[in-house]
Ligand binder design. Sequence first.
Ligand code: PLP
Length: 283
Amino acid sequence: MSRIAYVNGQYVPHGSAQIHVEDRGYQFADSVYEVCLVVDGKFWDIDGHLARLRRSLSELDIEMPMPESALRIIMENVRKRNHLKSALIYMQVSRGVAPRNHLFAKGLVPSVVMTAKRFDLDQSDEKAAKGISIVSQPDIRWGRTDIKTTGLLANAMAKNAAHEVGAAEALLVRDGFVTECSSSNAWIITKDGVLVTHPKDHKILGGITRATAFECAQELQLSVIERPFTLNEVFAAREVFLTSASSIVMPVVTVNGRQIGDGAPGPITIRLREAYKAKARAL
Ligand code: PLP
């Protein structure tokens, strides 16, 4: 069955979907994106994704391309046209097309692209049952990683460096502190059972899954603190896990080849993963 993409008002076969060569998203990464989950036909955390999209666009002074209600309709159409009940919807909005120039031209029409791919809340269960290995990498990204732009080269380089040594993710370290991972937020659980994650500031992307994991942790009566932490605190942690829309809550079992806790996915992380899934299914 052929995949369908949405490009600037049209639903087209994925393989022949096209964007102009002078789209600013292509030339300057002058574009933002969201990856949203649909669980059993229902959008999950959609308000958070659309709020973040609006914020990313506003930080870059790009117009919202259409009302949120219209974006929701297109997302739903893309899901249906791809015959998916549960899906990951990729949505990208660029400033638009203009002759190449660093200066922003006025009055551009934003380009909007959406694609869908299969997703299942359980698809990463096998990986989560074993836990993943990650390695640290220097965080060389720009100073506004809170804006979800498509300028992901430093993230991609870090993830590739991690893969080259057999690790699944890169744990990014800036000025001696862990910020997040190349495509997920990083968490530790201290020896006294406190969940710690970097504050939501300009140095990290405020993950939507991070926010929901926060709620789940509070519902489980776990204590959560937002503060920067060091690599040494990671090595000493009882548990380490990552959050992102595609991997939800993912246990980490080794960091830089050093075992975390007893080297197996930790019980608190497993509870949190289950709580997150239950919340998404109860929608
Ligand atoms: N941090 C970075 C750098 C990311 O790219 C992502 C997801 O793409 C996340 C965190 C997690 O964000 P979310 O939970 O909204 O998927």
